[in-house]
Design a binder for this molecule. Structure first.
Ligand SMILES: [Zn+2]
Length: 171
């Protein structure tokens, strides 16, 4: 039998990839909730009713999420937000996941009117030094140690649960 040629359009393939990644994030969030969240907490996510001051954490770079590959993936999985295009919860700029620095640079060079920044799952705390962290979807500019931020009304935050500690804290 003659092998059939694959006619899948690149955009179709991209769509399938995005859908597969969404499903994977969804499954991970179910496992995570089952493993960690139910036993220790009644709530995991919080939607801000009003603009709220927070501080970006200091010395959090050694904290890694359990199960998820990054904190932004953790935020996406546990909020059920699967789009690669998001908005920074602090400054409101356009942020993206699934693109590396070079791809972002190339995109911004050809789209100067609607530039994007790397999305980060930033550690934010309401009381400076409390270590009670929430994860917010913010841009790389806002994700700077100790920076005071105003997280916008309507933003979803996820409690940091079961972090793993890798390497040394820079605190
Ligand atoms: Zn920002």
């Amino acid at each position: 039998m003659r092998r059939r040629k694959c006619f899948a359009h690149p955009l179709f393939k991209l769509k399938v990839m995005v859908e597969l990644r969404s499903k994977l994030l969804n499954i991970k969030s179910l496992i995570f909730r089952h493993q960690y969240a139910l036993g220790i907490s009644q709530w995991l996510t919080k939607r801000l009713a009003q603009d709220t001051p927070y501080f970006n954490g200091t010395g959090t770079s050694n904290r890694k999420p359990s199960l998820f590959s990054s904190w932004i993936e953790y935020w996406k999985g546990l909020t059920g937000t699967y789009s690669n295009e998001l908005v920074c919860a602090a400054c409101g700029c356009r942020i993206v996941t699934g693109m590396n620095e070079n791809e972002i640079k190339a995109y911004n060079a050809t789209h100067p009117e609607k530039t994007v920044r790397q999305a980060c799952g930033g550690h934010v705390e309401a009381v400076k030094g409390s270590g009670e962290y929430m994860i917010a979807a913010i841009c790389a500019e806002c994700n700077q140690e100790g920076k005071p931020l105003t997280i916008k009304a309507g933003s979803l935050l996820v409690r940091e649960v079961a972090p793993k500690f890798v390497g040394k804290s820079n605190r």
